[in-house]
Design a protein around this ligand. Structure first.
Ligand code: NDP
Length: 490
């Protein structure tokens, strides 16, 4: 059994209260670890330490090439331990090994991307009247509170930790209380490469206590959060006290639009991938499938046939295509939505149940589930379920597709399948969403900005945009003729 501690000021520590939390393997309900259960006091300690480290300049004043050297070293060590860390992620989160292998590789690449970026040309000059010389530079924001969810425990952390550290900030990181294992491995690596004490800190504990303290504390300059929209709203409120900079990557109910002229098998394949990858626990999941009327029935038939064949099992079984959901509580939430869908009058085409046969009775397995005959006001159409539940909507023409696609409070992502390139571009440009795909769904790149319109968030992660979120912009105006203005006579 693993004993998981917090990492504060370069030391591994228990919670001040000595409380612990049981960490559960969602494949079978077994307890795999006891994690320190920090609370407000621990969060305050970590914040204080990060504040001192930032103000001392021990990190922000290092040359960018030096910070990059640390980040490259982290990437190398993460890569060396990829298999071990991938296995641990599967153990803690449940997702299949092929997904965790991908996540770790992506995390490695993310560190390398930001290590490279930080030494590249930066800033601007702007031209003003002589004798002034003017320029813009970017500086770190300061102490950053980073809060992430459980669906990609390591990767969501790295998407924030890598750019935050590259830019010269100090950090207090909080993983989801139910999936802390792999980020602890990451902090072991951070410790090994010798990042100065106090620069990178990790606290464990509940969002309502530890997370809220990060959002509220006046010693924290910036909060970067990924998770549900309800939590995002509460973080915005908590962050108002000292007008913190905030970046929020929130939920979605993203439309995947398939026109009749799409390549049929490609569209079916991606429709499955869009909703059932990572058990549907993806903020950008294509959880609404919009089908053009003329292909609706044929498409649903093929989709259902393939969904029924998805192999659902333990993540560490190499033949598994879909693992368990992350926790019992989350499984219950998803099953509740399925009941709601039935009660609302949607037609259940496949799935709809917890899976309990063949040794799966102790895990949190839910069948790939597809609803048709939905109406726009149904909760299963409007609300983020965050599980393997697809709501299909029917449309008549291009304008109808766009209207239905934009008809939720969310605006994270969207996909379009058609062989008409001009139509694809027209539709994508009308989508009120930050991430779009044409004839594919889900590819995500470290180079490209990630984030949403509307209630899907504020700001962008990844790419240069994600780096900028961890910087402040300063203008510097330099007088090249040092003499009085003469504005006042005496
Ligand atoms: P949350 O938004 O509650 O959790 C995300 C992170 O925020 C966790 O680390 C959590 O802590 C922390 N947190 C919770 N409350 C607060 C708070 N008041 N102040 C600061 N931090 C807080 O997501 P859940 O895991 O509970 O999932 C709920 C729903 O959110 C999902 O069903 C899904 O719909 C959506 N979601 C969306 C994600 C996305 O990527 N867009 C990711 C995850 C969830 P802890 O959980 O450790 O207590």
């Amino acid at each position: 059994m693993m004993h998981l501690k917090m990492y504060i000021n370069g030391e591994w520590v228990d919670a001040a209260s000595k409380k612990t939390r049981e960490i559960v393997n969602p494949a079978n309900g077994e307890i795999i670890a006891l994690a320190a259960e920090g609370d407000v006091e621990d969060a305050r300690h970590a914040i204080q330490v990060a504040r001192q480290a930032f103000d001392s300049g021990v990190w922000s004043e290092q040359p960018p090439a030096e910070r990059a050297r640390y980040l490259f070293a982290i990437a190398d060590k993460l890569e060396e331990r990829a298999e071990e860390i991938g296995r641990l992620e599967t153990l803690d989160n449940g997702k299949p090994l092929r997904e965790t292998a991908f996540d770790v590789a992506d995390a490695v690449a993310c560190f390398r991307y930001y290590a490279g970026l930080v030494t590249k040309p930066d800033g601007q000059t702007y031209h003003v009247a002589d004798p002034m010389q003017a320029l813009v530079i970017r500086e770190p924001v300061g102490v950053c509170g980073l809060i992430v969810p459980w669906n990609y425990p390591l990767l969501m952390g790295v998407w924030k930790i890598a750019p935050a550290l590259a830019a010269g900030n100090t950090i207090v990181f909080k993983p989801s209380e139910i999936t802390p294992v792999t980020t602890i491995k990451l902090f072991e690596i951070i410790d090994e490469v010798g990042i100065p004490k106090g620069v990178a800190n990790m606290v464990l504990g509940a969002g309502a206590t530890v997370g809220n303290e990060l959002a509220e504390s006046h010693l924290v300059d910036k909060i970067s959060f990924t998770g549900g929209t309800v939590t995002g709203r509460s973080i915005m409120k908590a962050a108002a006290g000292n007008i913190k900079k905030i970046s929020l990557e929130l939920g979605g109910k993203s439309p995947n639009i398939v026109f009749a002229d799409a390549d049929f098998e490609t569209a079916v394949d991606y429709a499955l991938f869009a909703i059932f990858a990572n058990q549907g626990q993806v903020c950008a999941a294509g959880s609404r499938l919009l089908l053009e009327d003329s292909i609706h029935d044929r498409f649903v038939e093929r989709l259902v046939e393939r969904a029924k064949n998805i192999r659902v099992g333990a993540g560490d079984d190499p033949s598994t295509e879909m693992g368990p959901l992350v926790s019992q509580a989350h499984m219950e939430k998803v099953l509740h939505y399925i009941e709601l869908g039935k009660a609302e009058g949607a037609r259940l085409m496949c799935g709809g149940n917890r899976i309990t046969d063949n040794g799966r009775e102790k895990g949190y397995y839910v069948e790939p589930t597809i609803f048709t005959d939905t109406t726009p006001s149904m909760k299963i159409v409007q609300e983020e379920i965050f599980g393997p539940v697809l709501a299909i909507q029917r449309f008549q023409d291009e304008a109808d597709a766009i209207r239905i696609a934009n008809d939720t409070v969310y605006g994270l992502a969207g996909g379009v399948f058609t062989q008409d390139g001009a139509k694809a571009m027209r539709v994508v440009k009308k989508l009120r969403a930050g991430i779009t795909w044409i004839n594919c769904y889900h590819p995500t790149y470290n180079e490209a900005p990630w984030g949403g319109y509307k209630q899907s968030g504020i700001g962008r992660g990844l790419g240069t945009f994600g780096f900028d979120e961890f910087t402040e912009v300063k203008q510097i105006n330099i007088n090249l003729q040092v003499q009085p203005t003469g504005w006042f006579e005496n």
